[in-house]
Design a protein around this ligand. Structure first.
Ligand code: CAA
Ligand code: NAD
Length: 289
């Protein structure tokens, strides 16, 4: 699978600066890349800016970065609502909501904006990378690049190759991710890829257990933390992921595989409908300041 890298990446576009996109923008900026972050409106942009300032502020407090390094890092990131500012990007990472329609519209629009040799990546957790890629005139340059949450912390990135992803694109992206200190693994285009296929049945089961009042949320989470050594319990992890995103992931996996394990627990949809999205909205299974 190792080919020699052919591209040099210096400018990276990130579309969507939510839970994942802000972290992905930070990862690239930390490694010296020029980053153009795109949001759909000023509210999204302001939220993205706050994410970035909060995360770098924490690194300064923990003495992982000096204030000067944090300022330099933030100075490498331009924030905009205009996708046309991606014209100079060598790589674009799309990290908008888990919706096939929204993602396809972005990959379609990128045709008229980016250079023909730019690589286009989607951070989708479960949607078909092949289907997203066909919205672009050059599907061979499209690849799944699935970062894990929180992106600045988790070292895994799944690279999803479609049947038409060009081998040099795959090789270049692998090398790029390694240069960021990430540990890339490669897999085919099936809903859930490797990790979510294994993880989400477990998370969904925990929600069903909570919904059935079998145990309290604290005890479900404590069981997996203290009994199995997981860094977080499943309900706290779902709050970190975002319940809307988790619901979409399960729904897509269920529709593709028809495995009951992935049929979203009904309470998950109810929480999403009620606006309880987890950490990002201040309340999910738990409440946050
Ligand atoms: N952004 C940036 N950095 C963060 C962060 C964030 N949101 N949250 C924590 N960190 C950093 C902290 O600054 C700290 O860094 P240093 O060690 O350099 O000081 C480090 O992470 C540890 O943080 P804390 O001490 O505050 O907290 P912790 O030790 O409890 O770790 C955690 C927090 C990293 C989130 C840890 O609990 C964890 O790894 N949880 C599991 C997360 C997980 O399973 N992620 C995968 C979800 S599935 C997915 O992502 C795929 C999908 O498609 C849904
Ligand atoms: P999120 O809801 O936190 O953020 C999505 C962001 O996209 C929002 O800020 C929204 O304003 C923005 N957006 C929506 N439409 C846009 C558009 N047309 N142009 C620009 N910005 C737009 O979602 P998230 O959790 O960050 O998920 C983003 C992607 O990453 C999804 O595909 C998700 O499946 C995937 N993912 C999520 C996680 C996770 O743990 N949350 C982990 C890995 C991958």
């Amino acid at each position: 699978m190792t080919e020699t890298a052919t591209r040099e990446f210096t400018t990276v576009g990130v579309i969507g600066l939510g839970t994942m996109g802000a972290g992905i923008a930070e990862v690239f900026a930390r490694n010296g890349f020029t980053v153009v972050g795109v949001e759909q409106n000023d509210t999204g942009l302001e939220r993205g800016r706050q994410h970035l300032e909060h995360s770098t502020g924490r690194a300064v407090k923990r003495e992982k970065l000096t204030q000067e390094q944090a300022d330099e890092l933030l100075g490498r990131i331009t924030l905009t609502t205009d996708m046309k500012e991606l014209a100079g990007a060598d790589l674009v990472v799309e990290a908008v909501v888990e919706s096939l329609e929204v993602k396809k519209s972005i990959f379609r629009a990128l045709d008229d904006i980016v250079r023909p040799d730019a690589v286009l990546a989607t951070n989708t957790s479960s949607l078909s990378v092949t289907e997203i890629s066909t919205a672009n005139a050059k599907p061979g340059r499209v690849v799944g690049v699935h970062f894990f949450n929180p992106a600045p912390v988790q070292n895994l990135v799944e690279i999803i190759r479609t049947v038409v992803t060009e081998p040099d694109v795959l090789a270049d992206v692998q090398e790029l991710l390694r240069s960021l200190g990430k540990n890339p693994v490669v897999c085919g285009d099936k809903a859930g890829f490797i990790a979510n296929t294994l993880l989400f049945g477990y998370l969904n089961h925990a929600v069903a257990m909570y919904e059935g009042k079998y145990a309290s949320r604290e005890d479900i989470d404590a069981a997996m933390r203290f009994g199995c050594g997981y860094p977080m319990g499943p309900l706290a992890l779902l709050d970190l992921i975002g319940l809307d995103t988790a619901y979409e992931i399960l729904d897509t996996m269920y529709k593709q595989g028809r495995d009951r394990l992935h049929a979203p627990a009904p309470i998950l949809k109810q929480y999403v409908t009620a606006g309880l999205l987890g950490r990002k909205s201040g309340r999910g299974f738990y409440t946050y300041e």
